[in-house]
Design a protein around this ligand. Structure first.
Ligand code: MG
Length: 356
């Protein structure tokens, strides 16, 4: 087939000739030929696909320089670029959403907005749950939203249902109006709902013993409420130092607390995964609840034992100290777990505290 006039090509690509002239000027799509005298542009029919792709990427809001790169990649690499771009857009939007919420409260004269104005912070976040190399099912859940972060590690038959139910029971907190000063109460109530949801699972088959750990954070301004039960963990990286801000509810940790076992011995103890507390659906779970103040520059990690049991503190600190965004940090953390054989499911959430 010969070359097409710009009008014919525009119809084939379902674009306007004006858009095609713009793409030419921007260097995104050169015509196959230009008539020396008239200046008319001619296109090859095989260029339709690229023209359509450019139009779609522009509608997505992707910057021109990045469109140029994506168009020159093979489809698989291009797909990854589009996914990365969209994850970044979502992260930026979440931060803007927090700013909008703050401004609505501030301009409505609600809450302690004037104090908050000096510490106006938001979070950038990413979550991931991986099967690992040994397990045949994934009982871990990782969730991150603008106000809520959570990881859960299910156990027993139906453990996968328990971890999903627990995190699902917390999700309404993302949009619920929570009175100032009641962050902990709201989170505690939601954990009560999570326990009821697990009761529903085990209620239908009382011998199933579906249980789950849960470590979650609920944010409001610079305040964060932390709930924790089991051996999932929360870490804080502040000023280059790493702090574990949850206490494992394991048999082995209780031996360490009593001075009957050293930290080093605990790491390789055969019963290190034995929990003394978890969400069991029995209504008597006793989670730890605490309130914290976040600072711009803080980085939080929530993770399951699929990460913390196989990656030592120093490599963990090294990765968390890196300058990458939360998605990149997750890539590196998961890689460390896989390098260590990934014997268990791996759930991680990373959140960076940023100034709005
Ligand atoms: Mg686990």
């Amino acid at each position: 087939m010969g070359l097409l006039t710009i009008g014919t090509f525009a119809r084939a690509a379902r674009l306007s000739p004006k858009a095609l002239r713009l793409y030419d000027e921007l260097g995104l799509l050169r015509p196959a030929a230009v008539d020396g005298e008239s200046g008319y542009r001619f296109y090859d029919p095989t260029q339709v696909e690229r023209a359509r792709l450019i139009a779609w990427l522009r509608r997505l809001g992707m910057p021109l320089a990045r469109i140029r790169q994506v168009c020159d990649l093979d489809p698989k690499a291009a797909a990854e670029q589009v996914a990365d771009y969209w994850a970044q857009v979502m992260a930026d939007t979440a931060v803007r959403e927090q700013l909008a919420t703050f401004l609505v409260d501030y301009l409505s004269g609600r809450g302690s907005a004037v104090e908050d104005a000096e510490t106006m912070i938001g979070i950038r976040y990413a979550a991931r749950s991986e099967l690992g190399l040994v397990r045949t099912s994934n009982d871990d859940v990782a969730y991150a939203g603008a106000r809520l972060l959570a990881v859960a590690d299910g156990g027993g038959p139906g453990g996968n249902l328990a971890s999903v139910a627990a995190v699902d029971a917390l999700k309404p907190l993302e949009t619920k109006a929570i009175p100032a000063g009641d962050l902990l109460g709201a989170l505690a109530d939601a954990v009560g709902q999570a326990d009821l949801a697990i009761q529903d699972i085990t209620g239908s088959a009382p011998s199933s013993e579906a249980i789950t750990t849960l470590t979650a954070m609920l944010w409001s301004g610079s305040q964060l409420a932390l709930v924790h039960i089991g051996d999932t963990r929360a870490y804080l990286l502040r000023d280059g130092e790493i702090f574990q801000i949850t206490h494992d509810h394991t048999y082995v940790q209780s031996l360490v607390d009593q001075g009957r076992l050293s930290e080093e011995e605990a790491v390789s103890h055969p019963q290190r995964a034995l929990l003394v507390r978890a969400l069991t659906g029995m209504g008597q779970s006793q989670p730890d609840l605490s309130l914290h103040t976040a600072l711009a520059g803080d980085r939080y990690l929530l993770c399951s034992d699929g990460l913390s049991a196989v990656v030592a503190a120093e490599p963990l600190r090294g990765v968390l100290s890196g300058t990458g965004d939360p998605e990149q940090v997750l890539d590196e953390l998961v890689r460390l777990a896989y390098d260590a054989g990934a014997p268990d499911n791996i759930a991680c959430v990373v959140a960076d505290v940023v100034t709005l």
